[in-house]
Design a binder for this molecule. Structure first.
Ligand code: DHB
Length: 471
């Protein structure tokens, strides 16, 4: 195929007006911009770029000019499948269905929006090779960032102020984009695709419920849900293009309950190896039974969430495992909170012994669709599964780079994990936030009370945060 130009044609756009609720936006749409010279997946290796028309009229919005306005960069990846180059309109995800999406609100707030598509685990080429497995999703997002920089003089928007955003698998990719800026470890993949020779670091990363640190996610899940032996598997299916969800209940077997003890102890060893500290500089540790200062630290975020809920007049008086004295929460039992939240995944939560998880597919190869990504998973394999190259697994983990010693890490972070989210352990986002804070980065981390697995539910607050770091 002919080499694709990486230069945006500034004259190839449509002016659109869109109204949702009582908000009307007017913008220029540059769509289907292929962001690499040698694409292997024309459906996903492209981005849509939307620019408020006001900037072409020399106006300012919220104090921003066409030169200074931040570029909001929301990826649409979910479950490690491909993400489409999205557009302003209704949210297509289960958790946001029926509401205007983040792109619409971001344009209404005056931001430039660059919505990248990216390959995911199920994509095959014409020969049947899997071309969206690790590290393809992050390589594509990096290529899209480079494309924006390559075109910085052709379009409004400040490429020094790119704000990545994503939820779940997309939250993990946003975090990875944030930590792995300009890392040479992705260079061979970017070069092969003909990505622009530009920087790929971003100024800030917004991450809702990042499903990450997959090497340790099974342990972390058992630490969180230890003793909760009933589960409700969440099944999503696409029926005639529409996502449907159902829950299949089940009970852990005696063997799974026994293995849970083992994984809790493994998680303690992992936490103790990290050297994490709280804000008072005290080291956070766990005993083999999962108790200790790290448990207290995670609990402190849930207490803050409950305290905020209390301030917002949410009635917590019937929750017997929270102690409230004179309007202040003095203690909260996290194990009982896990019972209350309920368990969604059985053991092991991620590296399934029968290779049936989305993550098993993410870590497949061109001609081996599913693999294990932990030694623990491989030892117990019931499917004769092979183990993914550990370097490949590390290329998908934001923590590989979060200390800032081998890449350009975003200076600013906003991380959210709802207290009723059961898709991964609370511990995971706490580890990410804490590692980044200790490395000296600016981290805004909190757990909103009562929020399940979801993202983009507080766009006003997200935009206020963007303005606080960009102005
Ligand atoms: C997502 C959810 C999961 O439970 C998971 O294991 C991976 C990704 C998601 O919603 O993107």
């Amino acid at each position: 195929m002919e080499e694709i130009s990486l230069e945006i044609n500034e004259n190839n756009y449509e002016v659109r007006t869109m109204t949702m609720g009582d908000i009307t936006i007017r913008f220029r749409a540059f769509e289907n911009l292929i962001y690499v010279k040698h694409p292997v997946d024309l459906e996903h290796q492209k981005l849509n770029l939307y620019i408020p028309e006001a900037y072409y009229e020399g106006k300012t919005i919220n104090g921003y000019t066409g030169k200074t306005v931040p570029i909001f960069f929301p990826n649409a990846s979910g479950a490690y499948a491909s993400g489409p180059a999205d557009h302003p309109g209704l949210n297509f995800r289960l958790w946001g269905r029926g509401k205007p999406n983040g792109i619409f609100f971001a344009l209404a707030a005056g931001y430039v929006v660059a919505a990248p598509g990216s390959r995911g685990r199920t994509v095959q080429d014409q020969y049947g090779n899997f071309i969206g497995c690790a590290p393809a999703p992050i390589v594509d997002l990096k290529a899209a960032v480079r494309y924006l920089r390559h075109n910085k003089d052709r379009i409004p928007g400040n490429t020094n102020c790119i704000i990545s955003n994503g939820t779940s698998a997309g939250g993990a990719l946003s975090a990875l984009l944030g930590t792995s800026g300009n890392s040479s470890e992705y260079e061979p993949y970017l070069e092969r695709l003909g990505a622009a020779e530009e920087r790929d670091d971003v100024f800030a990363a917004s991450c809702y419920t990042p499903i990450m640190d997959l090497e340790h996610a099974d342990m972390a899940y058992e630490w969180m849900f230890h003793g909760v032996n009933h589960y409700e598997l969440h099944i999503t299916k696409s029926i005639n293009g529409e996502l449907r969800e159902s829950f299949v209940p089940g009970d852990m077997t005696q063997e799974q309950i026994r293995q849970s003890d083992y994984l809790v102890a493994q998680f303690a060893t992992y936490i103790n190896s990290l050297g994490l500290k709280n804000e008072k500089d005290q080291v956070l540790t766990l005993a083999p039974d999962g108790t200790g200062s790290f448990l207290d630290y995670v609990t402190s975020f849930v207490i803050s969430a409950a305290q905020t809920a209390l301030k917002e007049n949410i009635d917590l008086s019937k929750i017997h495992w929270i102690t409230i004295k004179d309007g202040t929460i003095t203690s909260l039992d996290l194990a009982k909170h896990a019972q209350y939240a309920t368990r969604m995944k059985q053991l092991p939560a991620f590296d399934h012994w029968d290779l049936s998880s989305p993550e098993n597919e993410l870590f497949g190869t061109a001609n081996c669709q599913f693999q294990h990504f932990t030694q623990y998973g491989q030892i117990h394999s019931t499917a004769g599964g092979t183990l993914c190259d550990p370097h490949m697994v590390s290329l998908m983990n934001p923590l590989t780079f979060a200390k800032g010693d081998r890449s350009q890490v975003s200076p600013h972070w906003r991380i959210r994990f709802g207290t009723l989210d059961r898709d991964t352990s609370m511990a995971i986002s706490v580890i990410l936030a804490t590692t980044l804070r200790q490395a000296g980065f600016d981290v805004d981390y909190s757990m909103p009370w009562g929020i399940p697995h979801a993202g983009d539910y507080d766009m006003d607050k997200l935009f206020a945060w963007i303005d606080s770091i960009c102005k």
